[in-house]
Write a protein that binds this ligand. Structure first.
Ligand SMILES: Nc1nc2c(ncn2[C@@H]2O[C@H](COP(=O)(O)OP(=O)(O)OP(=O)(O)O)[C@@H](O)[C@H]2O)c(=O)[nH]1
Ligand SMILES: [Mg+2]
Length: 476
């Protein structure tokens, strides 16, 4: 798929499939202007090559004069100036001031599938070839317009489903992640240069770089990388949403709380304990962060086979939870089951909700273990729900402590590279402490720097590029 030389001029429909007021075909490459000129006829009568770069012009689009007659489907279209099949706005963007860095022509025709296919066909007939998936963005990378992490951010921007993930993608697109990674990599490369200079002098007793300094810089960089890598979990939540599982004893108001958070009567609520049997899952946005809310069967000992299966599913949902909301019925004294659930959830992220706050309360702060906080709330009246929303959100993305200037790693490939780099640095640290030879330390530092280079594409292989860009669709 990724084959295809950089010399080729490529074309593709850049707008989504379906009908639209306009649709855009993008042409990029050395012959973009020549090919574009062959298929558009400016209404002004001027040649496309004569217009200023980055200006829009009304034009007729036609199959190139040399190609055969238009295909049968177009015979219904009244001929205008021979094989003209649409009118369009055309813009020529002279490289390197274009997305790909190459000469680019964009043809903004009417947005019908047939029209756009014809524009493409005209481009092909005039000498272009169809672009492979992600090929425009790949060229932008190869031409130095974007680093690899920015190229990936193009895809994240297009796919962003929440305001928060869009913000992160946009910051990455502006190169903020790359700058942070490059700074760490530069520090390592400087260290390596000094170390290697020292290695050359072995035997002459010249100490270019003290062991202490070597250790300190290695640790500094390792810590920077660790902090950056630690944002990845938050990054995944921003990208894919976090699973928030509502658990608790039967009848405490879990389904009522789900409905309250969803603002709709999604789950059945009754006064009968054991109402919910199956897992119910719905997504909401908490101020731009997507949450997959999961309502579960109340957990208790029961002989009912159906309820038991529901409880089994509850327990499995608990295990997959990114955060648990443990609901307690505040109108009854805290039970052993409640205590057990709180204990169990304490290891992971959790929020404890003391529900039915509209009733006389029988659970107070003193019933909680020290260090545990219960959020009073009424699913019935809605009191305390805003506080719960804020608590969930801040548990998931408010952390900030780990965030490095708000830069968040969202990409699995970046996370793996950061982990790899961090492991190499820890190894380097151990070697330094063990008094190993500089040559050995240098090997680990080099590996750490190379792993960072993979993020921005400073170090890359064709396979990596292939893997990344093949996930794009054609036209990007
Ligand atoms: N007064 C009051 N009643 C509530 C509140 N929340 C829920 N209830 C009532 O408590 C009962 C149980 O509510 P559900 O939402 O079905 O409880 P659940 O935890 O989903 O129960 P199971 O699905 O059986 O585990 C219903 O009669 C609700 O009307 C609340 O905040 N205040
Ligand atoms: Mg329920």
């Amino acid at each position: 798929m990724m084959s295809g030389a950089l010399e080729d001029t490529i074309c593709a429909i850049a707008t989504p499939a379906g009908e639209g007021g306009i649709g855009i075909v993008r042409l990029s490459g050395a012959r973009a202007l020549a090919i574009g000129s062959g298929i558009v006829q400016l209404r002004s009568g001027r040649p496309l090559a004569s217009v200023a770069s980055h200006t829009l012009h009304l034009a007729d689009v036609r199959l190139p004069l040399s190609s055969e007659t238009p295909p049968a489907e177009t015979s219904a279209v009244p001929p205008r100036g021979g094989n003209v099949f649409d009118e369009a706005l055309v813009v020529y963007m002279k490289g390197p001031r274009s997305f790909t860095g190459e000469d680019t022509v964009e043809i903004q025709s009417h947005g019908g599938w047939l029209i756009l296919s014809l524009v493409c066909r005209a481009c092909l007939a005039a000498g272009a070839r169809m672009a492979a998936p992600g090929e425009f963005t790949k060229r932008a990378f190869l031409n130095g317009r974007l680093d690899l992490s920015q190229a990936e951010a193009v895809l994240d921007t297009i796919r962003a489903k929440s305001a928060a993930s869009l913000t992160v993608a946009q910051r990455q697109l502006r190169g903020e992640l790359a700058r942070e990674v490059d700074a760490a990599r530069d520090a390592l490369l400087r260290l390596l240069a000094q170390l290697e200079a020292g290695i050359d002098f072995v035997g002459e007793e010249i100490e270019i770089l003290g062991r202490q300094e070597l250790l300190r810089t290695t640790q500094d960089v390792a810590e920077r990388i660790r902090r950056l890598g630690a944002t990845a979990r938050e990054g995944r939540w921003l990208r894919e949403g976090a699973r928030v599982v509502i658990t608790g004893r039967p009848n405490v108001g879990k389904s009522s709380l789900l409905n309250r958070l969803l603002k709709e009567e999604r789950a059945i609520v009754t006064a009968v304990p054991g109402t919910t049997r199956d897992i119910i899952e719905e997504s909401i946005s908490l101020d731009g962060v997507i949450i997959h809310l999961v309502d579960t069967a109340g957990i208790r000992a029961t002989d009912d086979a159906l309820e038991r299966e529901g409880i089994r599913r509850s327990r499995s949902a608990q295990k997959d939870a990114d955060l648990q909301v443990i609901v307690i019925d505040g109108s009854t004294p805290l039970s052993e089951d409640d205590r057990g659930l709180i204990e169990q959830a304490a290891a992971g992220r959790h929020v404890i909700v003391i529900n039915k706050a509209d009733l006389p309360m029988r659970v107070g702060p003193s019933d909680m273990k020290p260090g545990t906080m219960g959020l009073p709330l009424s699913a019935k009246t809605g009191e305390g729900v805003e506080a719960l929303r804020a608590a969930i959100r801040s548990q998931l993305v408010g952390g900030g402590a780990e965030a490095t200037d708000g830069i968040i790693v969202t990409n699995v490939r970046h996370q793996a590279a950061l982990d790899q780099s961090h492991r190499s640095l820890v190894q380097a640290e151990e070697s330094i402490n063990a008094g190993m030879a500089n040559e050995l330390v240098a090997v680990d530092l080099r590996a750490a720097a190379d792993a960072l280079g993979e993020i921005t594409g400073a170090i890359t292989t064709d396979e990596v590029l292939e893997q990344i860009f093949s996930t794009f669709c054609i036209g990007k």
